[in-house]
Design a protein around this ligand. Structure first.
Ligand code: UD1
Ligand code: UDP
Length: 366
């Protein structure tokens, strides 16, 4: 089986799957392909170390570029790899450009292809990820979903029930495996913060950070929050690039803008935070699982279960909402996590079981 990863949110999704595949004697050893969409040490290599991931067998080095450039480069580089490997499955995860590129390449070559985290929909086609999700799901042979809403979305799109299997959330497998080590790190101390005495921020959606005016309003709001409580902001490279253009943005010593963190350090500071403000998909899920209040700085989410059963609250994308939303959250008591069905640390077992079952069905010509 070929498993494809390319960007930061992919690595903690493929790690548990690779681990299970390596222990199953009825599969060939998995082949990991890294497209190279993310390439900085702190966006890629550090996750291989923290998640004890094997070195990729193939590194495609596609790098940054326009959407068309990234997708095209990934397809061109992946095709000969798949030609040589001729795997029984290609497994793609998430919703980044590498995901749709790999799915399209594999499906066009007639290789059975499975999408992990299928069926999520924000119903906002201005989001590049929404196009990637819809396109990937429409062509993959097997759609492995994290939650009930995802199954319903796929059924509404006319996808036959036999292509859909609910397996749960594989990101949670990584948290379950690594939380004790992450907690033991107490990484908030290294950032000069006390446990439950800081707000954690991650923002990287183009719609929030690309326009300097908008980003300046956000930073102004965070400086105001920092008067009450320290704010820790590990900045994605897209965001960091724009922040350099905002002169004097370090107006508050208690707003700490730092480099992107490795998986364990980030999980540590997330688990110790009082509240998190984010536009990340994964962080909404992780904070829900950990019971950390999450203010989602977006108009919509493809992960409604984090609102219905988790800790996330959509606050929109008006920077004026930041200060009152955080203040309100700081006044509320912490309630802790509520279990979400199939977010239990065993999604990778169910994923591999589904891949093997469907492979055997294909072999029997069903
Ligand atoms: C991508 C995904 C997004 C995901 C995010 C996770 C797409 C369309 N977007 O967005 O869904 O939420 O990853 O982090 O696939 N850069 C670096 N170093 C790196 C990588 C990127 O400096 O290692 C900079 C480059 O200037 C690049 C910019 O970040 O142009 C954006 O990178 P890109 O991969 O195009 O999109 P992301 O914003 O990271
Ligand atoms: N993450 C990390 N370091 C950081 C910020 C995020 O390790 O500085 C992890 C986080 O725990 C989550 C994943 O990156 O598992 C989410 O990726 P990101 O927010 O980049 O993408 P999205 O989920 O929005 O696609």
């Amino acid at each position: 089986m070929v498993v494809v990863a390319g960007a930061r949110p992919n690595f903690m999704k493929v790690a548990p799957i690779l681990k299970v595949l390596e222990t199953r004697s009825e599969c060939f050893p998995p082949v990991l392909v890294h497209t190279g969409q993310h390439y900085d040490h702190e966006m890629s290599a550090t996750f291989f170390r923290d998640l004890a991931l094997q070195e990729p067998h193939h590194y495609l080095g596609i790098g940054s570029g326009t959407h068309a450039e990234q997708v095209a480069r990934a397809m061109l580089a992946l095709e000969p790899v798949l030609e040589a490997e001729r795997p029984e499955w290609v497994v793609v995860v998430g919703d980044v450009n590498s995901t749709v590129a790999a799915a399209f390449t594999a499906v066009k070559m007639g290789i059975p292809t499975a999408h992990i985290e299928a069926g999520l929909r924000s119903y906002d086609r201005r989001m590049p990820e929404e196009l990637n999700r819809v396109a990937t799901d429409s062509i993959c042979d097997l759609l492995l979903t994290p939650s009930e809403d995802a199954d319903a979305n796929l059924r509404r799109e006319g996808i036959p029930a036999e292509r859909i299997v609910r397996v749960g959330n594989v990101m949670i497998d990584s948290i379950v495996a690594h939380l004790p080590a992450a907690r033991a790190l107490r990484a908030w101390e290294g950032e000069g913060c006390g446990e439950r005495r800081y707000v954690l921020i991650t923002l990287h959606r183009p719609s929030n950070v690309d326009a300097i005016e908008k980003l300046t309003q956000i930073i102004d709001a965070l400086c105001e929050v920092a008067r009450d409580i320290p704010v820790l902001f590990p900045a994605h490279p897209r965001t960091a690039e724009r922040l350099q253009l905002i002169r004097g943005h370090h107006r508050s010593k208690r707003l700490r803008i730092v480099r992107p963190m490795g998986y364990l350090a980030f999980l540590s500071v997330l688990s110790g935070a009082r509240v998190v403000l984010t536009d990340s998909g994964g962080v909404q899920e992780e904070s829900s699982f950990l019971g950390i209040p999450c203010l989602t700085f977006r108009e919509n989410t493809e992960r409604p279960v984090t609102i219905e059963r988790g800790t996330s609250r959509l606050i929109g994308t008006d920077a004026r909402r930041i200060v009152p939303s955080i203040q309100e959250s700081l006044q509320q008591e912490l309630t802790g996590p509520r279990p979400i069905p199939l977010w239990d640390g065993h999604a990778a077992d169910r994923i591999v079981a589904s891949l093997l079952r469907v492979r055997d069905d294909f072999k029997r010509g069903m």
